[in-house]
Structure formats: C-alpha cells, structure tokens
Design a protein around this ligand. Sequence first.
Ligand code: GDP
Length: 458
Amino acid sequence: MAAVLPGIVLVGRPNVGKSTLFNRLIRSNRAITHDRPGVTRDRMEGTVRRKGLPDFMVVDTGGITLDAHAAVTEGPEGIRGFEADILRQAEAAMKDACGVAFVVDARDGLLPLDEFLAAHVRRMGLPTLCVVNKVDGIEREDEQLAEFHALGFPVLAVSAEHGHNIRALVEELAALLPDAPDEDERAAGEADAPLRLAMLGRPNAGKSSLINALSGEERMIVSDVAGTTRDSVDVRFTKDGRDYVFVDTAGVRRRTRITDIVEKYSVNAAIKSTTKADVTLLTLDATEQVSQQDKRLMDLLDNRKIPFMVLINKCDLVPAGALRQLEKNVRQMLAFCGHVPILPVSALTGKGLEKILPLARTIHEECGVRVPTGQLNRAMEDVLARHQPPVVKRVRAKFFYLTQAETQPPTFVFFVSDAERVPESYARYLERSLRKIFGISHAPMRIRLRSSHKKDKK
Ligand code: GDP
C-alpha cells in the first residue's frame, strides 16, 4: 500500500539534520538521531499525513558510515573519500521518487559538498525544494537563506529541532507531488470535451438570441410571446472545429407571466447554472440601466471566483456615446475584478460576436494554468524587489515563498511572516503582478497570504 504513494527524498550531506526532519515529517521518533556526525543508519521510509493534504512517502537517504564532518569542512579535496557513497544512496532513492527535499545547514552555510550534491540533484530533473535547516530565529533568516539561493532551488527555512515551519514544509513538499491521477485523467479527457458555457441575464436581455446567433442553429425559438420556449436543456454546437455547449438553457428562457419580471430573475438559480459551466456569459441590455440584480450577480460571480465575461447586448440600439458610458458604469461595478472582459455585442447585427467564443476559450485555458515552483519563486522575488511590502505597525512582513495550491481558478499562496501586516492594496499589487508575469489576464485568481511562522511555533 505504501509503495503506491508518491515519495519525496531527503538528500543532503551528513549532519544537516535529515533524520530530525524525517522524524518531524512522519511525527515519530522512529529514526535514530544523534548529535555526532556520521552515525550509521539504514535507508528510512515513512508516511507523511496531514489534514487537507495528500499522503506521501518520505525517504531519508542516511547510511553514511564515515565520520565525515571534518572532511566536509575541508572543501572539495576532502570530499572525495565518501562522496560516491552519499551519491549512490541518494541517486538510488531519487530514481523512485517524484520530488527532492535538498537539506542544507544554515549554521554551516553553503559548503562545497552541498554544491556538489545539488549539481547531481539538478541532473535528476525532479522538482526540488531547498530546505534550509537549523534556522532557529527569524532575525537573521533572510541573511541565512541568501547564499542558498545560489543552488537554484526554491528555499524554505525550517528548524527541525524546534519544529519551526514544519507545516509549511509539508505543504511545500506536497506541492511537489504530481497531480492526483484522477485530475490528470480529467484534464486529458477535457482536451476535446466541449467548452461548457452558461448564459445569464435578465429576461429579454437577448440571451436566446445570442445563443442562436452563436450556435448558428435555430435550436431555440426566440420570441417575445411568453411560453413559446421549448425546454431544451443543452445546446450543443461546433464552431471553427471546436465543440461548445450552452448548459441549462431551459433556465435561460423561463419566461414569466407575471409583470414584474425583475422579481422572477433569481440570482440563486443563476449561480447554480454557472457551476455546471466552464465559463459564464452575463448578458446585459444596452437599452436599460444596469439593475441591482445584475450588480448583485456580478458581485457574486466575482466572490465565488466564477470565470465570466459581460456582454452588453443590443448595442445596435444605442448611440456610441451612451454605449461608452454604459461600459464605464459596468467597469466601475467591476472595480475589483478588472480582469473580467466587457464586450459590446449585437445578436441582431452580429457585431462583436466573433470575439465571444475565443475569449471564452482563453478564460478557460487561463483557469487551468499551472506554474512550476521555480518560476513562482523567481516571480515572487521580482515582484517584491520592484515594490517592497509596506511597513505596518513598524514591521514589514517578510515573504518566504510562493506556491500554487490549485487551478480552476489559479490559487497562489504566499507564505509570509505575518499576513496581517500585508494590506489589501499590497495583495492587489501581488495579484496584478502575477497576472502580468504568468499571462492570466481574464480568468479569476485567488491570492492567499499565510503566516507560516506563527502557525508552526509552539
Ligand atoms: P432572453 O429573454 O434574454 O432570452 O431575450 P431574447 O433573446 O428572447 O430577446 C428579447 C428581445 O430582444 C427579442 O425581441 C429579440 O429579438 C431582441 N434582441 C435580442 N438581441 C438583440 C440585439 O442585439 N439587438 C436588437 N435590436 N434586438 C435584440
């Protein structure tokens, strides 16, 4: 059973604290640890289990039989005697692994043997995190971490002995694991699955007309007469060799005999249909003011991170100036989600329609973006360098590293010293910057800030 779990290998020269770290990860005292360098150990394996994270194996490549410490500090000349031994073990373990925790010692600093081992680890091509152990206080942390960046792996400071940052370590290691197989299969199956679209908007905004114009088929009857709609559920069609389906179109045309149609426009029902779709199209009527319901709906879509675009339909009926004003109003309502596209269209004349489906595809693709860890941390450094976090209550939050926790939508987690000291405006700056760097212009995105010290400090 254990064999099927993906494994992370701890690699590092003797005495950097791999066994203590191993014990912390598997939460046991099973492995033998010893203050004296070079204590003999067999290769150890254990399962890492944490709430909310996938289980995985951790493998400790101990087993160094030489009293290595003196040689290590002597530099490249001195490492030849046992480098082969370390390497043989590490490489055997890495063959079966899906990621590497490359462990170094903050107190010793970066030693030649670290660099030597790191070069081999790099050659394996596995996702790797550099775990800087024995960082016991945060005061000198930046300074202590600095030189390890040279290894080219994302770095994380921990103290195995004091249990500092261990939760962050587990999360970061879990992020190195390949996606769960069912997710992979789904992604593969989705490659040629139709793009699912939901059409929302008040009655008479022109939703049916748009669906007809886009699908190029008279699947739905467009009429001003109440009750003429067939209860078709999905409208499937192919455009430029791609498959699409408008889901839940029965809801689109649930016409009402009640005069107060606004009341009938249920926001909750609308939200429900968006969950069945990849991308939602919210249709507004250019000849009308934006209603409170539309406003509420936009807020809800934004809040729930539902990928959507806004169509301003019937733009053939309003003069250019009025249309621009309306666009501006809608843009203002979407102030905190500037990524949402607003398209003036006309189901009647066909204006702007050709942009809708390609834009929907783009939004969907952006929702699935997954950024490799190395790129994430380089991006974080750039972003911080360009604009450092503000001082809040006399302290400036420190940013340690960045991971992508999820896709659909892309969710990025910044691990920081104190999330409460990162103001909303700075979080928005982070979002804008990541969007630019990773080319996520129209999909929703989540930015989370997690205090990693507080959490692990006992
Ligand atoms: P739904 O209730 O949102 O599905 O709206 P419909 O598609 O039934 O359209 C309501 C009315 O608006 C119909 O009379 C359509 O012919 C008309 N309509 C829809 N789109 C446009 C448009 O782009 N321009 C104009 N001038 N009329 C439109």
